[in-house]
Design a protein around this ligand. Sequence first.
Ligand code: PLP
Length: 426
Amino acid sequence: MDTRERYRQFLLPVVADGVEPVVVVSGKGRTVVDDQGKSYLDCFSGISVVNAGHGHPRILDAARAQLEKLVHAASCVYPVPVVGELAERLAGVAPNELRKSFFGNSGAEAIEGSIRLAKQATKRHELVALGFGFHGRTIGTLSLTGNRGRKRENGPYLPGIGFGPAPYCYRCPLKLEYPSCDLACARALKDVIQQQTSGDVAAFVAEPVLGEGGIIVPPKEYFDVAVRIFHDEGALFVADEVQTGFGRTGRLFGVEHFPGAAPDVMAMAKGIAAGFPLGAFIAREPVSEAMRPGDHLSTFGGNPVSCAAAIANLDVLREEKLVENSASRGRALLERLGRLKESARLAGDVRGLGLMIGVELVLDKKTKEPAPKEAKAVRAAMRERGILVGVGGIYGNVVRLQPPLSITPEECDRAASALEEVLSKM
Ligand code: PLP
């Protein structure tokens, strides 16, 4: 029985019926190989995870060495050297004096822990998130998610959550234009607190760049205004860096692009350990004091092998200058793809930061009617040309390019040329 048939027979349809028709058997650097021996340039990195590339030898060596020593001891119960070392390393690179970490296994778990900490630290219970935001698939994280497509047939969700308008300039929810809008979407958060909460707000939870919502890049000053509103209220800012973290946007963390985006808690996962399962949140010291032993724990959290990989991943990002490469390759790619807005009928908007780039497809540039079928067709045509890209956005109409950060100019050229050709034919 082949893998696709096994999937059909033995995996839930939620997975089996949604997967791409590529059975991936191996990966090295920016290349993955399918079960027919066909190679693909991976421009999606397993949903923005293998930032250092597939199977980086230094990361594998570090993981292998740890594997031989200890796989699991429950690092919340027995201290494990490599877990402490990773926590120290994260404190060394995190912004805004974020210092104390908690390790789990996934992005959703990192957000769940972050909101729990924010609630305990403020002794408040409400949260504010953003329309078009995405934070995971648990009930708590779905409650914070501003996308009904993800929340279908699964309510009721947590009460006490207000939603602010997305900082989505291409489809401004307030029908304004940047910069004459004077950041009305950020200022509107004051009204959200006023009108949608009881004034007991623990935290504002937001992604620096809204990934699943469609690679939405807020205006530069957005967080300056937004975060100040919450800090003035005595609420915290929880930055969801699950997708933007570890160099994806051309800085180690997405918040570093935005003056004033001073997180009190930051959630991380995806790119933290180059594909080994690991999630974490890191908090400013006074905030971190609020949770006491017994309040929070994760059996597999802080797996030693994943932590060893994460330390090596940080070394590789720094020594191979992958964050810098993300910035420069991303800038060049964005500039080139930006021309699609003129040359390609379907390309309504092209946006991004670093190697987190979205091409939003529309049927009509005036009405901006989303083109989700066309986005899927682009993904399929790229796949036929040996290039893997993602599709996202609340309307399913954004083609996502999020390759490993080690991508070369030639590989960028190949991906861009293929996308230009595919779009020119549609
Ligand atoms: N937060 C953001 C911004 C994400 O993009 C995701 C996943 O795509 C998550 C949280 C959830 O992460 P996970 O799938 O590891 O639970």
